[in-house]
Each structure stands twice: as C-alpha cells, then as structure tokens.
Unconditional design. Sequence first.
Length: 163
Amino acid sequence: MSHPAKKGTQKSAKSTTPIRKTFKGFTDEERLAMKERVQELKAAARRGPRADKADGESALLAKIAGMPEPDRAMGKRLHAIIKASAPALAPRLWYGMPAYAKDDKVVCFFQSAQKFKTRYATLGFSDAAKLDEGALWPTAFALNALTAAEEAKVGALVKKAVS
C-alpha cells in the first residue's frame, strides 16, 4: 500500500550528475606504438649485451626509410645532425620512433607527423636530457621544415642535452 501523504512529494528521477565521456581505449596508433615497443624489447633481449650501435642504427635507418616524405628527409637530416653533435649517443628505436640514448636511457627522439597523424613532426627530449633552465624549459619541438637555422638549433640542443 502506498501512503497518501507521500504522494506528490516524489522527486524526479533526473540526475544532477554531469554526463561524462566514456573511455574509448587507446587509438590504433597508440596500440601500434605499444606493440612496436614490445617487439623492440624482445629483439634487444635476443641480441643480449653483445648488441652494438650498428644494430640500433640499422633498425633506426630502416624505420626512417619507411617514412613518407617529408618526414623521411627530415629524419635523415636529423640523424646526421644528432650523430655529428653527439657521437656518444646510441641510435635505436623507441616505441617505433628513431631515438638516441646515452647509458641505455633515451635522450631524444624523432616522432614523424604520420606516427600519430599530427600536422607536424616532433623532436622530443626525455628527462635524461640536460636542458634544464630554471623552473621551466621546453622538452619537445614541432618541426615543419629544417632550414639552416633550425639545424643549428637542433645541434645546439642535442649538445646541451648530453653535456
């Protein structure tokens, strides 16, 4: 039985909670990057401690060769600049991206524009890079082209990152 006193005092079932977007999971590009990282780790484990810079460099150059233009040309040029500016860095792949490591820690990497379907490529630096300037400093740079001015900036950044 219902109580007549409560009739008409019931509140609407409408919720006051804001509508939230549901998590759709990782994008296809993110899943591919994670799969590439797993493959890189498995390959490194198979090679063992005998792996040398040549193994990493050949994998990196093959990855760059498979990029569409203009990312391919930019990747080749960045590779030459980074090798000349910091020869101690070891070329390797990192999440399917060309990267350069010191003491097995990635210092910098090149993310092509097509990797995550962005409008520009990215030159990024990890926390292992010594680019600190006070309490705020950039760790990633958008790249649309590499002119002589940008090449000089990249060379200086890489030298500072490994100093």
